[in-house]
Ligand binder design. Structure first.
Ligand code: F6R
Ligand code: ZN
Length: 188
């Protein structure tokens, strides 16, 4: 058997499938409203939110593995509910740096949408709720959006060397946004 990768000792860790809590997570990424400047349509509404409380927007919990080919990175993504104006709280969204890498999101809790786009201009959105798995194919930028009133929690798995390219989305944005208008989810 050909063996290029270093032998790593197998491990198991606990994930609470109701809350997404991963007690052994060692990496904790936090994004507050003030980290989201430039992402929402209503920049004034975002500034008001920042001035009022600068609430936590989303968190990612990781228990890292080597970021080399062959390994699978996995994490819990927890996006809080809320709106900026009428636009639903969302993650920044990114392509993978190695753009030919896919990702699986298994939703554990909450309600939302996974919005996706390609550099060539295709757009798609798939609903997220407990038990839904969204497959993000290679080449699709992806952003999760919380349309409900509790945290949107997903377990994500992707190639460990994929990397994150935020810059292109900062420039391009997504062709559609997700709003809550009179209690209805509107994607436009
Ligand atoms: C990893 C991935 C998720 C997101 C997380 C936060 O490839 O897609 O774990 O990183 O949902 O979103 P971003 O990274 O767009 O701020
Ligand atoms: Zn990703």
């Amino acid at each position: 058997m050909q063996q290029n990768a270093e032998i790593m000792t197998p491990f198991g860790i606990e994930i609470d499938l109701e809350t997404g809590a991963m007690p052994k997570a060692t990496n904790h990424i936090k994004r507050n409203a003030s980290d989201m400047r430039g992402y929402y349509q209503d920049a004034d509404a975002l500034e008001r939110l920042i001035a009022a409380a600068d609430p936590l927007h989303y968190e990612v919990f990781e228990h890292p593995v080597p970021e080399v080919p062959g390994h699978l990175m996995y994490c819990i993504s927890k996006l809080y509910p809320g709106t900026v104006g009428r636009e639903c709280f969302m993650t920044k969204g990114h392509y993978h740096t190695i753009s030919e890498t896919a990702e699986i999101y298994l939703c554990l809790r909450g309600e939302g949408q996974m919005v996706m786009k390609t550099a060539a201009g295709r757009f798609d959105a798939k609903p997220m709720r407990r038990g839904m798995m969204v497959y993000v194919p290679p080449l699709w930028a992806h952003r999760s959006v919380n349309t409900g009133n509790e945290p949107l929690v997903s377990f994500c798995v992707y190639p460990a060397d994929a990397g994150h390219n935020y810059g292109d989305i900062e420039v391009e944005g997504f062709p559609s946004r997700v709003f809550l208008i009179d209690g209805e989810v509107v994607i436009r």
